[in-house]
Design a protein around this ligand. Structure first.
Ligand SMILES: *[C@@H]1O[C@H](CO)[C@@H](O)[C@H](O)[C@H]1NC(C)=O
Ligand SMILES: *[C@@H]1O[C@H](CO)[C@@H](O)[C@H](O)[C@H]1NC(C)=O
Ligand SMILES: *[C@@H]1O[C@H](CO)[C@@H](O)[C@H](O)[C@H]1NC(C)=O
Ligand SMILES: *[C@@H]1O[C@H](CO)[C@@H](O)[C@H](O)[C@H]1NC(C)=O
Length: 389
């Protein structure tokens, strides 16, 4: 279904003069309104999330992610926990929009085409992180009001702030939840205890989407599910995991099971949101399977050592909680960089023990952009259109 959709959309848009029978048949298979509808013209993106999509909030607040972060693409530290671009960067690029400035970044930011509220370590539930999801929403509310006042001052200000109608026409993107799951484990909870609070986490997640719909007029929502956290060095290395809990690809099963449970409940929450918000187009995007496939079939996809951090220091996973990527030690009064990058981040999955490389992000983006991992299966640039449910 998903494949025939993207193939025939292509055939359609290149406007082949003679419609072959094959094309005709596949067109008939697709919901007819999807084809008739134009591409969405998203003038802005507003993003909410954790470090997986932070483009500078944490760095502006608590200090830059140090080099070699940014080495592949930006060539300087760029507020991102990666060697290069994140999924949100590929999304903006693909929609023809500029790099998304972090709301908290006071220096050099340009918000004409959106703002990023995502911050490292963020959780959906308040009380477990410094810049949680509800705070991101407060910031967004403030941003909507003040950006318009500032814009009216004219001059350069009108070239730094979004237009009024962008708030209803924007794509709202979400990538958050991973830290809510690890927070419970960090507090010594059992897997069952973590699962027990997932519904509460998702209630809070949905409340803010409803607020954006009701207060800011948001209509297009693009929601990433959470990844296989049990395949990441910071989990594999630090928490007590028995050999029996490791799957055949080296990932920690209980953590991945919890992530899957979260995703199941997230999908249910999305179905409910669609009922509650009749004018909203809400796309649920399955990042989990694509990321898991990077761990389970790394070689097939052209990657190596998927469980080892590219940038780090020592141990089975090249990860040391005390000396992170870019970490230095002082020897005889001289600082020496020991949290070094690997030789070739372009064939590596994990960047720093917690986050993904640009190559891994690109792998995932290339497979979500066509809608083949989404529910409903519509392309990124069609995500303003509500499917018939
Ligand atoms: C995003 O930032 C990078 C690095 O500063 C720059 O090379 C690139 O041109 C920017 N992209 C856009 C669309 O502004
Ligand atoms: C901000 O970015 C927009 C879009 O890239 C551009 O048109 C505008 O001139 C920029 N603002 C300033 C002050 O440079
Ligand atoms: C979790 O358990 C460990 C080992 O028993 C203990 O050292 C640690 O303080 C506990 N952490 C919390 C947040 O209760
Ligand atoms: C530090 O200095 C001492 C004394 O000069 C020397 O013996 C030692 O090798 C030095 N260590 C390193 C790692 O350079």
């Amino acid at each position: 279904m998903a494949t025939s959709f993207s193939l025939s959309t292509k055939a359609f848009s290149t406007s082949t003069p003679v419609c072959s029978l094959g094309v005709l048949v596949s067109i008939l298979y697709i919901s007819s309104h999807a084809l008739a509808l134009p591409q969405c013209d998203f003038p802005a993106i507003f993003n909410f999330g954790d470090s997986n999509s932070d483009t500078g909030a944490w760095s502006a607040t608590y200090g830059q992610a140090p080099p070699p972060a940014g080495e592949t693409y930006f060539h300087i530290p760029s507020g991102r926990y990666s060697d290069g671009r994140l999924l949100i960067d590929f999304i903006a690029e693909s929609l023809g929009l500029p790099n998304l400035s972090a709301y908290l970044d006071a220096l050099g930011s340009n918000f004409t085409h959106g703002a990023n509220f995502a911050a490292a370590a963020s959780t959906i539930r308040p009380g477990f992180s410094r810049i949680p999801y509800n705070v991101q929403f407060y910031q967004f509310t403030e941003f909507q009001t003040r950006s318009q006042t500032i814009r009216q001052q004219g001059g350069v200000f009108s070239k730094l702030m979004p237009k009024d109608d962008y708030f209803s026409r924007a794509l709202y993107t979400f990538d958050i939840g991973q830290n809510d799951l690890t927070a419970g484990y960090g507090a010594n909870m059992s897997t069952d205890e973590v699962k027990a609070y997932v519904p509460d986490v998702l209630d809070q997640f949905g409340t803010i989407i409803k607020n954006i719909y009701n207060q800011q007029g948001g209509r297009s929502f693009w929601i990433h599910n959470t990844g296989p956290v049990g395949c990441l060095p910071y989990i594999l290395d630090r928490l007590l995991i028995t050999a029996a809990q490791i799957d055949r690809f080296g990932c920690a099963t209980p953590f991945n099971k919890v992530a899957q449970y979260f995703n199941l409940k997230l999908k249910e929450a999305v179905v409910k949101l669609r009922k509650d918000l009749p004018l909203a187009a809400i796309t649920y995007v399955d990042i989990y399977s694509l990321r898991y496939s990077l761990f389970s079939h790394a070689k097939k996809h052209g990657f190596k050592h998927p469980l080892r951090a590219c940038c780090g220091h020592g141990g089975k996973y090249n990860f040391n909680a005390n000396v992170g990527c870019g970490g230095k030690i002082t020897v005889n009064g001289t600082q020496i960089l020991i949290g070094k990058s690997c030789k070739n981040p372009s064939i590596r999955v994990n960047w720093d023990g917690v986050h993904y490389t640009e190559a891994a992000n690109k792998f995932v983006f290339d497979r979500i952009v066509d809608g083949s991992h989404s529910d409903p299966p519509i392309r990124l640039n069609m995500a303003c259109h509500r499917e018939n449910h």
